[in-house]
Design a protein around this ligand. Structure first.
Ligand code: ATP
Length: 287
């Protein structure tokens, strides 16, 4: 039995270009791995088949589950046709929250299998398997703090974010990613994140300057649900957060706190108000 933690990701910033000819959008994102995580257990067998089990009934058990797809692609990269696996996933990361829940389970499977096979693939080869699995998977394999560009596969590790506490709140609704991209194509963006400013604030270890620059262009989409996002951000800020922003395509929103006690107090209030709220810490690089 192999075990691995699958850490959630948060977007410190998220910028999107106009759609490319292939329909995809180029992204520029500063990403952060955090301690909120799913637990993965893998039993390797020689059936040549991979399937997943989860504590949540609606999580797919076949190739639609990114963790299953990742294992298949990892075995293919090793040219091992007889290898099979049963992947057990205990979900703690809310589904459809913009925290890369499925991608991080896939990434944990890739890292865990490589450990089991004695680091048969180099970090570069692991990132290739990750890229074939899905857009956010390379960052989730790498972890820490990183700049992600292109579809998310062009990664540059950045200095670790200074010590802080994240308060992550997910309202009950989810927001569909394709729907939000379509809505974004119909509007002219008011503004863009100061990505260079965030990178230099990370280099200077200046948390306040990072927090001043939290920005996600998806918050500009005219959608009724963004009112709840704004409301949660306001509650985080009035509870002492240095900054607050929506992650990915939502619906989760997080605030960054320097005072852990303030963070825990706001967290318990927001859990009562919205159903899901947890505190988490930054997590460093994984490979
Ligand atoms: P992202 O931040 O990458 O946009 P998300 O956090 O918003 O993703 P996920 O939690 O990854 O969204 O789930 C989105 C969909 O992916 C769900 O409908 C779910 O059925 C499917 N899915 C596939 N594999 C998994 C997995 N291992 N865990 C959770 N959902 C998965």
């Amino acid at each position: 039995m192999i075990t691995e933690k699958a850490c959630a990701k948060l977007n410190i910033s998220l910028d999107v270009s106009k759609p490319r000819p292939d329909g995809y959008h180029d992204m520029i994102m500063v990403m952060q791995a955090v301690s909120l995580c799913d637990d993965i257990e893998i039993e390797i067998n020689s059936s040549g088949k991979v399937f997943a089990k989860s504590n949540l009934k609606y999580i797919p058990s076949d190739e639609k589950n990114l963790a299953v797809k990742a294992a298949g692609l990892y075995f293919e990269a090793l040219d091992n046709r007889s290898a099979g696996a049963v992947i057990s996933i205990r979900k703690a990361i809310p589904v459809g929250a913009g925290m890369a829940g499925g991608s991080t389970d896939a990434a944990a499977v890739i890292r865990a299998l490589n450990r089991y096979y004695g680091n048969a693939l180099s970090p570069e080869e692991l990132l290739k398997v990750a890229e074939r699995t899905g857009s956010d998977v390379p960052f989730c394999v790498l972890g820490g703090t990183a700049l992600a560009e292109g579809r998310g596969e062009i990664l540059t590790s950045l200095p670790e974010i200074p010590e802080c506490t994240f308060v992550i709140c997910k309202p009950e609704f989810s927001i569909s990613t394709p729907e939000l991209f379509k809505a974004l194509d119909r509007i002219k963006l008011r503004s863009h994140p100061d990505t260079a400013g965030i990178i230099s604030a990370l280099e200077n270890g200046d948390l306040k300057q990072i927090c001043r620059r939290l920005y996600n262009v998806f918050e500009d989409v005219p959608d009724r649900r963004m009112r709840t996002v704004t409301e949660i951000k306001q509650k985080l800020l009035s509870g002492g957060a240095e900054g607050a922003v929506m992650t990915g395509t939502g619906s989760a929103v997080f605030g960054i706190f320097t005072d852990a006690e303030e963070a825990y107090a706001v967290c318990s209030q927001l859990e009562k108000d919205y159903g899901f709220c947890v505190c988490a810490e930054p997590v460093g690089k994984q490979i």
